[in-house]
Design a protein around this ligand. Structure first.
Ligand code: SF4
Length: 347
């Protein structure tokens, strides 16, 4: 695409205003401006919307993303957006959730990437605990493929997992696929939790010593962790919850220093969105999410390959949608059973 020098200059300035808080220079922005301009033009021509998961790189989140968030909230956002085409910068299973909630829209992912957690279980494998624990209910974390949701009684997100599990009619719950979140649930709910052996390679990577070290070095720091972290880590932090819960916590807090025990993209997002707060400590990159680059977004708009389109067989889609629908119902019932204090503060 040919762009006029003035259009490129304006685009580089727009990018710089959004990205300089994260250390990007004007030269960096000039380099990506031709690509972001072409993406914006193709998106407009095709009436598409670009959803960017919070673990994407800043050039995707702030350069071309129309909405930034976690996979579930973005999928819900898309249901009320007029665009008929969704480019979801995320893993394939997240694109599937968007397709389940937007069955009449075209959903594409810029790159077909895996995930250590979602890849730990297939739909077929869910049948084994179903047989072994016939009296148990099966709850599946939304970070799973549609075929796994289809075999589960209900889905859940990191924000509503406690309410969903509490509202399940069974006392025994098989929680799939996240082992560490399942272990955390044992202390957060009254149910007997049977776990699966899946892990998120990002959140598994944080140890208790990292949290203790940050507390020693930064007096007054508030530490926030994702519930996909190990219980020993979660027990040491000030708040455990998903992306929206973390955002709300920081927004409402008078503290000046925070550490996020999660993926680096979210750390970037907090640095950009809370310029008055200091974000300290380390983060871990997701090797799957970071496979997606700007050029992949451009390619998905220019010349998408068949595998980039999310396709879910009808029988799986119907049952996976039922599992998500059950989540909505249980979340509402669970709210009356679970009285949360100020968010989900752990200590
Ligand atoms: S951070 Fe990466 S590995 Fe962990 S659940 Fe998300 S996509 Fe999977």
């Amino acid at each position: 695409m040919r762009c006029s020098p003035s259009a490129l200059k304006n685009e580089a300035q727009r990018l710089y205003q959004r990205l300089n808080k994260l250390g990007w220079t004007l030269d960096d922005c000039e380099l990506i401006a031709p690509t972001t301009l072409e993406i914006k033009q193709l998106k407009t021509e095709q009436h598409a919307v670009i959803l960017a998961h919070s673990y994407q790189t800043p050039d995707i989140m702030y350069g071309v993303g129309d909405f930034i968030g976690d996979s579930y909230s973005l999928s819900v956002t898309a249901t009320t957006h007029p665009a008929q085409k969704i480019i979801f910068c995320s893993d394939y299973f997240m694109g599937e959730t968007a397709k389940l909630l937007n069955p009449d829209k075209e959903v594409l992912v810029p790159r077909v990437a895996g995930c250590s957690l979602a890849d730990s279980i297939t739909g077929e494998q869910v049948r084994a605990p179903r047989k072994k624990y016939p009296h148990a209910g099966i709850v599946c974390y939304v970070n799973s493929y549609a075929e796994v949701k289809a075999e589960s009684d209900a889905s859940c997100t990191s924000s509503n997992v406690v309410e969903v599990v509490e509202a399940m009619p069974q006392q025994e719950i098989v929680f799939i696929p996240d082992k560490l979140m399942g272990l955390n649930l044992r202390t957060m709910t009254s149910k007997k939790i049977i776990i699966w052996d899946g892990i998120c390679v990002v959140h598994e990577g944080f140890g208790e010593e990292t949290v203790r070290d940050i507390r020693r070095r930064f007096p007054g720091v508030k530490i926030l962790a994702h519930p996909e972290c190990a219980p020993g880590v979660v027990a040491l932090v000030d708040y455990a919850g998903g992306t929206s819960g973390m955002l709300n916590y920081v927004r409402a807090s008078a503290a000046a220093i925070f550490m996020l025990v999660t993926e680096c993209g979210l750390t970037d997002r907090f640095k950009a969105e809370f310029p008055d707060k200091q974000i300290v400590g380390t983060c871990i990159l997701c090797p799957y999410m970071k496979k997606i680059q700007l050029v992949d977004v451009l390619q998905a708009l220019r010349n998408p390959a068949p595998e980039q389109y999310i396709k879910i067989p009808d029988d799986i889609a119907d049952r996976a949608q039922a599992s998500l629908q059950r989540m909505f119902e249980l979340e509402q019932e669970g709210k009356t059973l679970v009285k949360r204090g100020a968010g989900e503060a752990v200590s």
